[in-house]
Write a protein that binds this ligand. Structure first.
Ligand SMILES: [Zn+2]
Ligand SMILES: [Zn+2]
Length: 698
């Protein structure tokens, strides 16, 4: 028996989980954990909600609630989604709990005593307008390395971690003013002291994924800088030494220690407070599952922190994934692009999603989530090959025998078939052990194909008439293949595997069995009427996804020469450039009120000539008793606006009639399409003045 620790990167509790997090960290961790538990290894798999940090305080400020309220909401939602997807943790906890905070403080004190934490005066951004220091995400600007978009501590384009004061053209994210640099004292972790030790430790890590080891070595060789571990913020873990009462521990430091605190908390919960030591102090292999943007934290910074602490196990392997992209764009909660799990899970079978993400896992390069491909793989592979084989075997057996028939009359093809099946089954195990999950699931499908071929070649539906003994034997072989399929699917599609197991007449859970039990003889169980495993899917086109809504800024307003109630408005639509529209809001808004305002633009409306002037798009306004009220977006001009859970996939052009069919209405100060709130990357779209609930938006 081996001891396996599995750390899965902690999802941020500032929004719903998306498919990218599932593909990048949660699913590979779960496949690995489930397999090793079945192998009889002692698995401790932990993670939790990462509840500190500026994305959360920013969301809270935007929504006018406490950070605690935000994290409570999303932690609860995350837990529910994980259950629906059958992601099994020994402990999925959260960083805002007291247990975690105490472990962080003790870890901090140990590093402090060991001389790896020291104070240093530094100049950080301070907004004189907002009268506050601006920790990383409160700053936006330009990356000094690639000229891309920098968001405080990281460049979105090149992925480099940045010091806030490296950023060019910084702006306060709250008020948009340019901040000043002001002196303050912070505590630093002496990361630079670990260059040699890390390189030494990495020497035997030649089995790591190429991208991980190469990135790590380059990261270290480009020079390690000491890192600030405190910041000027009120939300977070208190600094356990005097003089830093107004500061908190930096979120990266606190979240990484979560792996240890979640293990300790698990031990506490099962009533054996020292049990965690079996994984952290005694011999155990530590695996960490995460996406590539998180590599340096797990292959450099966390190992250095563990070295600084002493006496704790270092990572064994960090099989980081590349990104799952959505038509080329990286999934990112903070950018508002992605497919959110609550929505996806309300529409599709969790195991079908797990299947598609396994066979399309971004292990060695980025992969794309494509809805058409998801539907095709569900229909052509899960339904037509896998589900079909299992269903054919079980229904034929149920109808003709009602129980698992014995094997009595052999044929050459049986042996050949079983050899191929067993070879693939063993291959699934080897693939999972080496973290090649995509290769593993392909072998599972191969087993289903072999089963189909065997059944087609043996034709039990003919044998039932003239050779019942041979018919029973053929079915027996088919049912053995079904059993092996159930086991080999168990790490990938745990609910489906259990369903198959029950359909084979077993009463317990397949997940309580050993992996090797797959190859044991079948019991002659009675079986019930089998049910369908996967449904064929059809994709319904969501008409709202066809429209292109954008934030636009009014830069010019003129009276329409031929109409009393119309303005000709000039707009800046960011990446879409400048354009002119005609709008009937003159009775309700004065020119001066409009200049500089941001509005919601329907950007792909077919251009129309209105009283002699071409309007390139339409401004959206609420209509209350014939009165027009503007909608107020939050983001920069050019930014996309969408309805919650509906991925924009705009048509080149839509007609006014098509747009009119979409019922967009006002409700409680916000704007909705079929109960889905309209939003941009900074939050919900608001309404300029109060209007009656149900007022239409046109
Ligand atoms: Zn950059
Ligand atoms: Zn400000």
């Amino acid at each position: 028996m081996e001891r396996i620790f599995i750390g899965v990167a902690w999802p941020y509790a500032n929004g719903s989980l998306h498919l990218g997090t599932l593909a990048g960290c949660l699913l590979p961790g779960d496949i690995f954990g489930r397999y090793h538990r079945m192998k009889g290894n002692a698995v401790l798999m932990v993670s939790g909600s990462d509840e500190h940090g500026t994305p959360i305080t920013l969301t809270a400020e935007k929504e006018g609630v406490t950070p605690q309220k935000i994290v409570d909401k999303y932690h609860k939602e995350h837990k529910k989604n994980l259950e629906e997807l059958a992601i099994k943790f020994e402990n999925f906890t959260r960083t805002s709990n007291e247990f975690h905070k105490n472990v962080v403080k003790n870890f901090f004190l140990k590093l402090y005593e060991n001389g790896y934490i020291y104070p240093k005066k530094m100049r950080t951004f301070y907004c004189e307008n907002c009268k506050r220091f601006l920790p990383d995400r409160y700053i936006e600007g330009i990356c000094p390395y690639c000229q891309g978009k920098a968001r405080g501590d990281q460049c979105e384009d090149c992925g480099r971690t940045l010091d806030a004061n490296e950023i060019l053209m910084p702006k306060c994210k709250i008020c948009g003013e340019e901040p000043i640099l002001k002196e303050t004292e912070h505590l630093f972790f002496r990361l630079s002291a670990f260059e040699e030790k890390l390189l030494e430790w990495l020497k035997d890590k030649d089995f790591w994924r190429d991208n991980v080891i190469n990135f790590t070595l380059n990261f270290i060789k480009s020079g390690l800088k000491d890192r600030a571990i405190t910041r000027d913020i009120e939300w977070g873990v208190e600094v356990p030494i005097p003089g830093y009462e107004n500061k908190r521990i930096y979120v990266w430091f606190d979240a990484l220690i979560g792996y240890l605190s979640a293990s300790m908390e698990w031990a506490e919960k099962i009533g054996k407070p020292d049990e965690w030591k079996k994984w952290w102090v005694d011999e155990a292999k530590h695996y960490y599952f995460l996406a590539k943007d998180n590599i340096p934290f797990h292959t450099v910074i966390w190992p250095a922190m563990l070295m600084a602490h002493g006496g704790l196990n270092l990572p064994y392997d960090v099989p980081a994934n590349e990104y799952l992209t959505l038509s080329g764009e990286q999934f990112s909660k903070s950018k508002g692009v992605g497919i959110w799990l609550p929505d996806v899970l309300s529409r599709f079978n969790g195991d079908a999603i797990r299947y598609y993400l396994s066979i399309n896992m971004p292990e060695k390069h980025d992969t794309d989530w494509k809805w058409e491909d998801f539907i095709a793989k569900n229909n052509n592979e899960l339904v037509a090959i896998y589900g079909n084989f299992i269903h054919r075997v079980l229904t034929f057996t149920y109808k003709n025998f009602g129980k698992i028939p014995p094997y009595s009359k052999e044929a050459e093809i049986d042996k050949e078939t079983m050899e191929k099946v067993i070879k693939n089954f063993e291959g699934v195990g080897k693939s999972i052990e080496s973290c090649n999950f995509k290769e593993g699931i392909k072998k599972v499908m191969k087993i289903a194909q072999i089963g189909n071929q065997y059944m087609n070649a043996s034709q039990p539906w003919k044998l039932i008439k003239d050779d019942v003994e041979r018919c029973k034997s053929v079915l027996h072989i088919c049912l053995r293949i079904v059993k092996i399929l159930a086991f080999s699917s168990a790490p990938y599609m745990p609910k489906t595997a259990d369903k198959i197991w029950k359909m084979l007449g077993y009463k317990d859970s397949i997940h309580e069995h050993k992996w090797e039990d797959a190859l044991e003889e079948l019991d002659e169980n009675e079986i019930d009427k089998p049910s369908i495993l996967f449904e064929k899917l059809e994709i319904k086109e969501e008409p709202f996804s066809k429209i292109d809504l954008r934030v636009a800024k009014i830069i010019g307003v003129d009276e329409h020469p031929n109409a009393d109630k119309l303005y000709v408005i000039e707009l800046d639509v960011g990446e879409l450039g400048k354009r002119k529209i005609v709008a009937g809001i003159k009775p309700w808004y004065r020119k001066e009120e409009l200049i500089g305002r941001k509005i919601v633009l329907l950007a792909n409306l077919k251009p129309a000539r209105i009283r002699g002037i071409v309007s390139n798009g339409m401004l959206l306004a609420a209509q209350d008793n014939g009165k027009a009220v503007l909608l107020i977006p939050n983001a920069k001009e050019g930014s996309k606006i969408w309805a919650e859970g509906i991925e924009p996939s705009p048509a080149p052009e839509i007609t006014y009639e098509e747009f009119k069919k979409l019922k967009i209405i006002c409700k409680k100060g916000f704007v909705e399409y079929e109960g889905k709130v309209l939003q941009d990357e900074y939050g919900k779209i608001r309404i300029d003045k109060p209007v009656k609930d149900g007022s239409e938006v046109v």
